[in-house]
Design a binder for this molecule. Sequence first.
Ligand code: SAM
Length: 286
Amino acid sequence: MSNPDTVSSIVHAGLWMVATPIGNLDDISPRAISVLRAARVICCEDTRHSGSLLKRIGATPERLIVTNDHTEHDAIDEVLSLLADHAVVAVISDAGTPGISDPGERLVTAAVAAGYPVYSTPGPVAFVVAAAISGLPTERLAFDGFLPRSGAERRERLTEVARERRTTVLYEAPHRLQKTLAELRDACGPNRMIVLARELTKLHEDVWRGTLADAVQHATDVEPRGEYALVLAPYVSDTMDVSDTDILSELAQRTSRGLSKRDAIDEVTAALGVPRKRVYALAVSS
Ligand code: SAM
């Protein structure tokens, strides 16, 4: 189908970010197929994985360049010289949209900095699909990708996520799901709603909805398998889901600004709408 507003089907020379399916192979777009067929070179994470997709759609690039987390930087010079030679260079990842929790960002940054055009063929992104079917507010969204694995960075991110006033989407590997859910419960309180969107668009697609306390139990009862996107309800200050971690972090922020303990307690009580007795007890025990 074409209409006067449709961009010409000519594939211009430049860098193309091409979205591929996150599960269901029928979700590749006709335009993505045209670009991959026209590409002189295709950057991909894994030649075997992408090789079967390219074979299926009849794309026969002159060559594939492996661009994973370790090799993307080294590929930049070669990609820039191809762009200088007016080539169509496509970037794909193992699944979904390249550059979204996947390699691609550094190539785009380099192409933009060097003044080459960057185009896209839009398509599946797991976090958008998960948010869209979650039933949680989608007017404003935060995407946080994978949480840092450990240490202070992870604790800080959990605190930020806990206080986020937009619906937040996270990615997580199945073997880390239980730990992440337990830490989210501790940071956000047990009553915060979460949606576990599993294996989207695939045969074993499953969407589980409930509180963080129940999610931890669910991940204990049913061994997590497959790919998960987690959609976390926003922080709302007048609900009961204010956790001890929230209160302690608010207190710490204020005392580090030079407030007295008493003033910090008063401010946090007002800001979080929780009983002063609770804030006081935490402040004196910390
Ligand atoms: N570039 C991809 C995108 O556009 O969504 C994301 C790649 S990231 C390396 C892989 C993570 O995305 C998985 O660990 C999972 O959290 C999420 N994901 C990918 N496919 C998914 C699916 N079909 N269902 C649920 N989550 C998925």
